[in-house]
Design a protein around this ligand. Structure first.
Ligand code: GLU
Length: 283
C-alpha cells in the first residue's frame, strides 16, 4: 500500500482552515456554502469513527465585518475586541451547521500559557480526550482576546501542529490558499515544480521556506514548514492542500494524491514544551 493509501487508516485527524478560506475574498463576509460543506465533510469523517479536530481561524476577520470596520485592525486592543465579537459569531454559525447533521461541536480556546503551564496543559489534554469519548468535534482557536505578544502562538499553522502533538494526532491537514509546496513561485517562474512528497525537512527546504520570494502564495510557507517539523516529529503525517475546495479533505483521507505530503518521523527526543518556550524546533 502506498503512503497515501495509508491515510485511509488514520484515527485522529486535525484539520486547519484559515480566515481566507472561510470568507469571501470580495467582501470579507462569511462564505456560508463553504462552511456548510466543511461541516458536512467533518461530520462524515467523524461518522467513520475517527476523531476529528477543527482548528478554525476567522475570529478577527468575522469580528471586523460584524463591527463594520473598513479594514483589518492593527491595534492590539481593537484586534482583541474583534476577536471577542467574531469568535462568538463564528461558533454560532458552526453550531447551527453542525446541528443540521446532529453533530455536537465544542469550542476550545488556547494560548501558549495553556501549553506552558503543566496543569492547564493536562486539563486541555483531558478535555480533548473526554470530548472524543463523547463523539464531539472540538473547534480550536487561539484565545486572541486575552493572549499577549509574549505568550501568543500568533498563527494557527503553529497552533494546529501543537494541538496535533498534544493529542497525538496521526494526521494534520493544513488547508491553505495554495496547492502545496513548489520549488519556486509558479506565478513568476513557469519552471517551478510542485513538490508532492517530502520525506525529510532538510536545510534546503528550510532555506527555501525562509526565502519568501522563492515561494508561492501570500507567504506563510515558513510557518507551514515549522508546523510540519512539529507535527512530523510528534508522529503525525501532514498534508498541505488548497482549501479553495474543501472536498480535498475527503480526497486526502481516502488516500488520494492531493497537496504536499510530509511523512511522519517520530522523534523520541522531541519535547513539545521545548519548542513552545523557545519557538524554535530544530533537530
Ligand atoms: N486566531 C486568528 C483568528 O481567529 C487567526 C490566526 C491565523 O489565521 O493564523 O482570527
Amino acid at each position: 500500500m502506498s503512503l497515501r493509501e495509508l491515510l485511509k487508516d488514520k484515527k485522529r485527524i486535525v484539520i486547519k482552515i484559515g480566515s481566507s478560506s472561510l470568507t469571501h475574498e470580495e467582501t470579507g463576509r462569511i462564505n456560508l456554502s463553504k462552511m456548510e460543506k466543511l461541516v458536512r465533510i467533518l461530520t462524515d469523517i467523524r461518522n467513520q469513527g475517527k476523531d476529528v479536530i477543527l482548528v478554525s481561524s476567522g475570529a478577527i476577520a468575522v469580528g471586523k465585518e460584524t463591527l463594520g470596520l473598513q479594514k483589518r485592525p492593527t491595534e492590539k486592543v481593537e484586534k482583541q475586541a474583534c476577536a471577542a465579537v467574531g469568535q462568538a459569531r463564528l461558533m454560532m454559525v458552526y453550531q447551527k451547521l453542525f446541528a443540521e447533521y446532529n453533530q455536537i461541536p465544542a469550542q476550545i480556546l488556547m494560548t501558549k500559557y495553556t501549553m506552558i503551564n503543566d496543569i492547564s496543559r493536562a486539563n486541555a489534554f483531558n478535555t480533548f480526550e473526554e470530548l472524543f469519548r463523547k463523539g464531539v468535534i472540538p473547534i480550536v482557536n487561539e484565545n486572541d482576546t486575552v493572549s499577549t505578544d509574549e505568550l501568543e502562538f500568533g498563527d494557527n499553522d503553529t497552533l494546529s501542529a501543537i494541538v496535533s502533538a498534544l493529542i497525538q494526532a496521526d494526521l494534520l491537514i493544513l488547508l491553505s490558499d495554495i496547492d502545496g509546496l513548489y520549488t519556486d513561485d509558479p506565478k513568476k517562474n513557469p519552471q517551478a515544480e510542485f513538490i508532492d512528497y517530502v520525506e525529510h525537512i532538510d536545510t534546503n527546504l528550510d532555506n527555501m521556506a525562509k526565502d519568501s520570494s522563492s515561494l508561492v502564495g501570500t507567504g506563510g510557507m515558513a510557518t507551514k514548514i515549522s508546523a510540519a517539523k512539529i507535527a512530523t516529529a510528534s508522529g503525525a503525517d501532514m498534508v498541505i492542500a488548497n482549501g479553495e475546495d474543501v472536498s480535498v479533505i475527503s480526497a486526502i483521507v481516502s488516500g488520494e494524491n492531493k497537496g504536499t505530503f510530509f511523512k511522519a518521523h517520530k522523534d523520541e527526543k522531541f519535547i513539545l514544551l521545548d519548542y513552545i518556550s523557545t519557538k524554535q524546533y530544530s533537530k
